[in-house]
Design a protein around this ligand. Structure first.
Ligand code: ACM
Length: 552
């Protein structure tokens, strides 16, 4: 079968594909049947195709027969599916809803770029094929920072669609930071009345650059967020909210100065970097944020809620006599221990309500509840350490999967920050690099759940800039977390990307980074970046990296 059979163009690459000649026509009136557990995926696929091709199909329960059937098959691996197209029928079997969603995305890709349009006309012809597929990782995430730059709700919904199209199943929304609080909390209205707005933004990545004079802001109401959660669920994506504490909290402190260290009240942040906007870790602030989390839990049904815990300067805590005494009373050897104490209190609150906390790796410590999920971002060693200590881990190392980092070397990249991470580099991301593999081989008590790419938005001030940073690198990441390690083949990925996948992204209206570099309007001449050199940092920090807050 020639390599232009649509089944040879799937991204991410499935485990086993047998393309055949011929196709199955699905005209008006075709019947789609689905087991109740798989109905959401079948419905999403039916509606997507009806819009894209201008057809009208019937949806029926599983007791009738249909040209398209989504059937439950408990023998298949979790999150996987089997697809058989031939003899006038499309048969999907899946062990769970997640597998049915993955199958639905494969079916959409088989229909070509036209299936990525929101309206159109034309016959639905599914090429004959047999596919069996299953994900490498259970957690296949992407983080979207909506705090540094607010992305209006439509942009978030669109990112959900694009994540799902790449078989990613977690969207972490970084909802709060120094520069903005973006989630409505009804019992603490000033969090958004004050905390969602700033007077300007630093342009570029040079420290001490004055902010421009353009106010920026916005937030999601609880109804907006419920809509996002439901929209994502209909596509097999879980939305994990992140309330970043106790650092990165300047916006909350601007709204409620009693949360912060005396003298740090100030305004919502306008500059990037690590700030003194750190919550004072006391019983009173724990209580404030448990109230906040209770509202977050009403809106988000994710089993995991992210509490942040990254980049927490503790310097000011050391000069605060009451905090020093508080730490001593708690039996902590130093006031720094209040960082993990504070996060652990909030994590325990989540546990008591049937949810798990996720934290960035700085919050790893003896106080961290065993049920917490650790996200390894400063490097890889931290994830290995957490696995060895019994925690479940999601790998998110900045050296490999931070997609706000520059996509190429050279002066034309817009606001070039971080390490050079080309499409090929991201494709080469190893979810379980040597330190993690060693921990897993030693039968460490913790598990590797998967991995997550990140779109931090200090320098991505619009949906168009997010597109440029995310694509096509997110497609490369998707294959790294979905496809079998043994089957990864960069040349084949590049062929599929160019021939099949970029046309899908074009049809979906994604303004990805061109292979040849940024278009003139995608550049930001004169806006300084802050490139980092991976080889240099690697030589010094190795698997642990060099990021995060360091004691001055
Ligand atoms: C992080 O990048 N500070 C998690």
């Amino acid at each position: 079968m020639s390599s232009d059979h649509p089944a040879h163009g799937l991204v991410p690459r499935p485990r086993a594909v047998q393309p055949r000649a011929g196709h199955v026509d699905l005209p008006d009136g075709a019947v789609v049947v689905a087991h109740p557990d798989l109905r959401a995926a079948a419905r999403w696929w039916r509606r997507t195709c009806e819009d894209a091709f201008g057809v009208a199909w019937d949806e029926r329960g599983p007791d009738t027969s249909g040209a398209v059937a989504f059937a439950l098959d408990a023998d298949l691996p979790a999150g996987g599916y089997a697809l058989d197209v031939g003899d006038g029928r499309v048969d999907v079997r899946a062990p769970d809803a997640a597998g049915a969603h993955a199958a639905a995305q494969t079916l959409r890709q088989l229909l070509g770029p036209a299936a990525f349009r929101r309206a159109g006309t034309g016959p639905v012809r599914v090429p004959c094929v047999t596919i069996s597929d299953a994900p490498r990782c259970g957690w296949r995430g992407v983080l979207l920072d909506v705090a540094r730059h607010f992305l209006p709700k439509d942009g978030v919904l669109r990112m959900v669609d694009l994540a799902a199209a790449h078989k990613l199943n977690v969207l972490q929304l970084h909802l709060t930071d120094d520069q903005g609080w973006r989630v409505e909390i009804r019992s603490r209205p000033r969090l958004t009345e004050v905390g969602a707005w700033r007077t300007g933004s630093q342009r570029g990545a040079l420290r001490d650059t004055p902010a421009d004079a353009t106010p920026h802001g916005g937030y999601y109401t609880q109804d907006d967020l419920r809509e996002i959660v439901a929209y994502a669920a209909a596509r097999g994506v879980t939305v994990v909210p992140e309330i970043d504490l106790p650092g990165h909290s300047q916006a909350a402190i601007a709204a409620y100065p009693e949360l912060g260290m005396p003298g740090t009240a100030g305004a919502v942040g306008t500059a990037w970097g690590i700030t003194d906007g750190v919550v004072r870790p006391t019983g009173a602030t724990v209580e404030f944020f448990t109230d906040v989390l209770d509202e977050v839990l009403e809106v988000f049904d994710a089993p995991v809620i992210h509490l942040g815990g990254d980049e927490v300067p503790t310097t000011a805590w050391r000069d605060d006599g009451e905090l020093v005494a508080h730490a001593a009373e708690l039996g902590l050897s130093s006031v720094d221990g209040l960082h993990s104490w504070f996060v652990a209190r909030l994590a325990a609150h989540l546990s008591a309500r049937g949810r798990r906390a996720a934290v960035w790796d700085e919050a790893l410590g003896p106080d961290l509840p065993a049920a917490a999920v650790v996200m390894s971002w400063r490097g890889v060693a931290q994830g290995a350490q957490a696995i060895a200590g019994g925690w479940d881990v999601v790998m998110a190392p900045e050296q490999f999967v931070y997609l706000d980092h520059r996509a190429a070397d050279g002066p034309d990249e817009p606001v070039p920050v971080g390490f050079v991470r080309t499409v090929d580099d991201v494709y080469g991301f190893d979810v379980s690099p040597p330190p993690v593999r060693t921990a897993l081989d030693a039968s460490a008590p913790g598990r590797l759940l998967g991995a997550q790419a990140a779109l931090w938005t200090e320098h991505l001030d619009s949906g168009r800039r997010v597109d440029y940073a995310a694509f096509p690198r997110l497609a490369a990441f998707a294959e790294a977390v979905w496809s079998d390690e043994a089957q990864r083949d960069l040349a084949d990925f590049r062929r599929r990307l160019t021939t099949h996948h970029l046309p899908r992204l074009d049809a979906a209206g994604v303004e990805y980074r061109p292979e040849t570099g940024p278009q003139p309007w995608q550049r930001r001449p004169g806006v300084p970046g802050r490139p980092r050199d991976l080889a240099e940092e690697w030589a010094e920090g190795g698997w642990a990296g060099m990021g995060g807050w360091r004691e001055p």
